[in-house]
Design a protein around this ligand. Structure first.
Ligand code: SF4
Length: 341
């Protein structure tokens, strides 16, 4: 492992950008098959490269690798920067920045910090199972709120329920955005394609709990898996469940397959769904993004379903749910910046 050379007290290599001091590696019995590499980070506030089209400039990722183990995860290739592989290592060798709250608080105190929006859950999941053990997010949330920094969290992890009171209190000080990813409802397919994640029903319950706590909460219906989760019936059922959970917005995105994810997902597809391989080869022949024809087909299918379930397209492209629910404690949707397709 490249960063092992940075082990505290050893002197073999100059520091590499973003790599940190290894404290220890542990494999707790309750996390079968997962090893945590605890590191002391030098920086946890990451600037998004200027050429990126994402609507935020800063991210925080307390973990690298993710035991949620989604076959399609687009962050897989980032694990190769640590000399791990983008497949099973990404799922099972999780780097934990154990000092993330303190380092972040110090970075946010610097006079030059302009309190721009910080996004979490954009690379790996901050509420993956490790968070139940390390509890880094409460300190991170407090550091952001205290410094007056607005932030958002996107997750599949139900560990987030633990922090709802804290998030509610942070929302009194800064803008807080919450998003939950739910790509499908079928539990059998979920076990095969997202084997380490909480069930879709548990994630719907997370949405419900967030809304009952008075927080806006959008759902990312992402990724839509061509030939597996994209039928009108499946999307209709999923959007109905998302609306019933009280989600304030829904965003539907087709699968994209970056290097790393492309190979890992492709291997799974060839084993479990060989009948789809040729179709995928054709749809992703130009690279990571699905071809325009499929995008148009999906948009035509999804548009009426979003309307049917009360998600109206707003001027900025977000699919936002009007505040028609009956819970008076629920705040109005704030129009999260979510692009449809
Ligand atoms: S939860 Fe997100 S970060 Fe974790 S494996 Fe799945 S897609 Fe990747």
């Amino acid at each position: 492992m490249r960063w092992e050379r940075q082990r505290a007290g050893t002197e073999t290599q100059p520091a590499l950008v973003g790599l940190d001091d290894l404290v220890r590696s542990v494999a707790p019995p309750e996390f079968q098959g997962v090893t945590f590499h605890e590191v002391r980070a030098r920086s946890v506030l990451n600037r998004v490269p200027g050429e990126s089209l994402v609507p935020f400039r800063w991210t925080v990722n307390p973990y690298r690798g993710c035991s949620h183990a989604c076959r399609y995860c687009f962050a897989r290739n980032t694990h190769t920067y640590l000399d791990f592989d983008a497949g099973a290592d990404f799922d099972s060798q999780v780097v934990v920045k154990v000092n993330a709250p303190e380092v972040l608080a110090a970075q946010l105190r610097k006079p030059g910090w302009a309190r721009e929006h910080v996004a979490m859950g954009t690379n790996t999941d901050p509420y993956q199972r490790a968070e139940g053990r390390y509890a880094l997010m409460p300190g991170i949330i407090r550091a952001l709120a205290t410094s007056g920094t607005p932030f958002s969290v996107l997750t599949k992890g139900t560990v987030l329920k633990r922090d709802l009171p804290l998030l509610r209190s942070a929302a009194g000080e800064v803008d807080v955005g919450l998003g939950v990813s739910i790509a499908l409802l079928d539990p059998e397919l979920q076990r095969r394609v997202e084997p380490g994640t909480p069930s879709p029903r548990a994630r719907l319950d997370l949405v419900r709990r967030a809304r009952d706590a008075g927080l806006p909460c959008g759902v990312m219906v992402a990724p839509v898996l061509p030939g597996l989760t994209d039928s009108a019936e499946a999307l209709d059922e999923l959007l109905a469940a998302i609306a019933a959970a009280g989600a304030t917005s829904a965003t539907v995105l087709a699968l994209h397959l970056r290097p790393g994810a492309r190979e890992w997902y492709g291997r799974w597809l060839a084993r479990d769904h060989p009948e789809l391989v040729e179709r995928y080869r054709e749809m992703y022949r130009r690279g990571s993004y699905v071809d325009g024809r499929y995008k148009r087909l999906l948009a035509a299918r999804v548009g009426p379903l979003l309307r049917r379930h009360g998600f109206a397209r707003s001027g900025d492209g977000a699919a936002v749910r009007p505040p028609s629910d009956s819970n008076p404690n629920r705040p109005e949707p704030r129009g999260e910046q979510l692009a449809l397709l």
